[in-house]
Design a protein around this ligand. Structure first.
Ligand SMILES: Cc1ncc(C[n+]2csc(CCOP(=O)(O)OP(=O)(O)O)c2C)c(N)n1
Length: 562
């Protein structure tokens, strides 16, 4: 391959490689890899999105990756490296393929108290699958390939490359370089390993024998693009489907076999049905605390099978009848092919029971979902979003109360809609939604966040306006982080003092005015009936939009049932 005597700079090589992998945007705070940015301008159409903080740059790259399946690239110079590492934590928790590039240390000035330096590499260790330094320009091609290969392969996840020089100035150096790209690793999944047939047959037999089985589908089904196969198998065998929060868009909430999100930020019907099941088929879920409400739903000991691309997760939390190691789409297709459809008949009364439980949930929350109360009830806001979010929208949801409200009360209506959620970080959704919009400019992006979450990266409104990143952000604005209310009640031994409210309340602010001042469309909604028109106006605006919805500070989301 080499020996062509064609020298190029690291910057030229990196720009060519990012283009070759299909990267369309990079997210960063300068100054890092400056020469590479100059080469990107000359040699590619990659957009260099200059943000107001490294953490939001990482969240944008994460949103880009989760929306498209293509690695999201974010960058920081040495002094911003730990801010970037902090931003990788959500991508790590959500198994999102993010590639972080930072400036690093020069051997000649190490340990001499050079300006701004600490050894950043260890900080990336707990939030990456591959954490490496590029110290010689000759290593650009193979290290960049390894970054893409690792981020996308197996269970996807973030990687980090530190380039020599506090601003990555190694990119100025020249060598004989081959900017070879393996396009296969430009998107998840690069491989679809087929499981062992005997394990598939054993899992299928156990599932078919069960009278009250449930499938729990997670983010692995989403990463594999296996929704259609999941739904087809559930229909063929007549099995209800619950999802993890990360797998919420693997089956529309309006599908007759969908029972909702199971676990902590969940829907009561899903938890009740999973706990009434005699058999669980986990697929593409690591059976973590959030999905199982700390292993109470289902109870440990419930007979189960688990299907996953990552062998290390199979059986981690639940003793299994059968473990199946393979890609979700391939495995589900194999199961579907061998499925005994006649076995569905014995599940008639189970399906009727599941329908009844779902109906009871709807009845229980009907009044809240359709409430005209002022200030607005968040349940009603979720109900309006279910009805009015476009058929091909990407819905991006923050954590805290936003995660609880939307996880439990919102339904996707179409298999063309996507749902992405913060894996735990308050403030993730607004920048992640911007990244999603960069990745899929032709699709509407609707972000749902609380005001507590929106404050984190509010400066990025300016980035959205500057770059024309036209996502729509719905702010559930109750002037507080009121998910914390219950916790402080407990801490104060039952009921908190009036002064304790200073621990979780904020000033009342009109975010629509702030958005307008920065150049976005700002709309304020004070009555629920006005929301659909505001959403329609925001979606049609052709500029970034913030819908400030004034909601009830006393509205607390229901907690998980066990
Ligand atoms: C980075 C980060 N820090 C702290 C938390 C803990 N946390 C969870 S919810 C919450 C308060 C926000 O409450 P919420 O009711 O979601 O806000 P609102 O919807 O009222 O804006 C906090 C501080 C977190 N999830 N992420």
């Amino acid at each position: 391959m080499l020996g062509h005597n064609r020298k190029m700079t690291g910057a030229e090589c990196l720009a060519d490689m990012l283009k070759g992998y299909g990267v369309t945007h990079v997210f960063m705070v300068p100054a890092v890899l400056r020469r590479t940015f100059a080469e990107m301008e000359r040699r590619t159409t990659i957009k260099r999105i200059h943000t107001h903080g490294e953490k939001s740059a990482a969240y944008m790259a994460d949103g880009y990756a989760r929306a498209s399946g293509k690695p999201g690239v974010c960058m920081a110079q040495v002094i911003g490296a730990l801010n970037l590492a902090a931003g990788l934590r959500d991508a790590w928790l959500a198994h999102s393929p993010v590639i972080a590039m930072t400036g690093g240390r020069e051997p000649k000035s190490k340990f001499r108290k050079v300006y701004q330096e600490v050894d950043d590499v260890p900080a990336f260790e707990p939030v990456t699958k591959f954490n490496a330094t590029v110290d010689d320009v000759a290593r650009f091609p193979d290290m960049v390939r390894q970054a893409f290969r690792t981020a996308t392969s197996g269970t996807p996840g973030p990687v980090h490359l530190q380039f020599r020089g506090n601003e990555g100035q190694i990119d100025l150096e020249e060598a004989e370089l081959e900017p070879l790209v393996e396009e296969q690793f430009g998107r998840v999944p690069p491989f679809r390993p087929a499981p062992d047939a005997a394990s598939v047959n054993a899992a299928l037999k156990a599932l078919q024998d069960a009278e009250r089985p449930v499938i729990v589908a997670g983010g692995g089904v989403r990463a594999s693009g296996a929704s259609a196969e999941l739904i087809a198998l559930a229909e063929a065998l007549q099995i209800p489907v619950a999802t993890s929060l990360n797998g919420k868009d693997t089956i529309p909430g309006t599908h007759p076999l969908s029972v909702g999100v199971v676990g902590s930020y969940s829907r009561e019907s899903a938890n009740r049905i999973v706990n009434a099941a005699d058999f669980i088929c986990f697929i593409g879920t690591e059976t973590g605390g959030m999905t199982t409400h700390f292993w109470a739903v289902p109870k440990i000991g419930t007979p189960a099978v688990q299907i996953d691309i990552g062998p290390e997760t199979i059986g981690r939390n639940y003793p299994l009848r059968v473990g199946v190691n393979g890609d979700a789409k391939v495995t589900l297709a194999m199961m579907l092919k061998a499925a005994d459809r006649a076995s569905a008949a014995k599940r008639k009364s189970w399906i009727a029971q599941a329908d009844k439980i779902c109906g009871e949930w709807r009845e229980k929350y009907r009044a809240a979902l359709t409430s005209n109360a002022v200030p607005i009830r968040p349940e009603r806001l979720c109900y309006e979003l279910t009805a009015h979010v476009p058929d091909d929208a990407i819905v991006v949801v923050d954590t805290g109360h936003a995660g609880m409200w939307m996880g439990g009360m919102f339904d996707l209506r179409s298999p063309r809609q996507s749902y992405m959620r913060s894996a735990g970080h308050l403030g993730w959704a607004f920048p992640a939604g911007m990244g999603a919009k960069c990745a899929c400019p032709e699709r509407p992006v609707v972000v749902f966040t609380g005001d507590a979450g929106f404050w984190y990266h509010i400066g990025e409104i300016e980035t959205a306006v500057r770059w024309g990143i036209n996502s729509v952000t719905v702010v559930n604005n109750n002037g507080s982080g009121n998910q914390s209310k219950r916790g402080f009640d407990r801490a104060y031994g039952g009921e908190q003092t009036e002064q304790a409210r200073e621990l979780w309340t904020y000033r009342k602010v009109n975010f629509a005015r702030i958005a307008e001042d920065i150049g976005a469309l700002g709309l304020r909604v004070e009555s629920a009936d006005a929301f659909p028109a505001a959403l329609a106006q925001a979606l049609a605006a052709n500029r970034p939009a913030v819908i400030d919805v004034v909601t009830d500070i006393d509205a607390l989301a229901p907690t998980a049932v066990t």
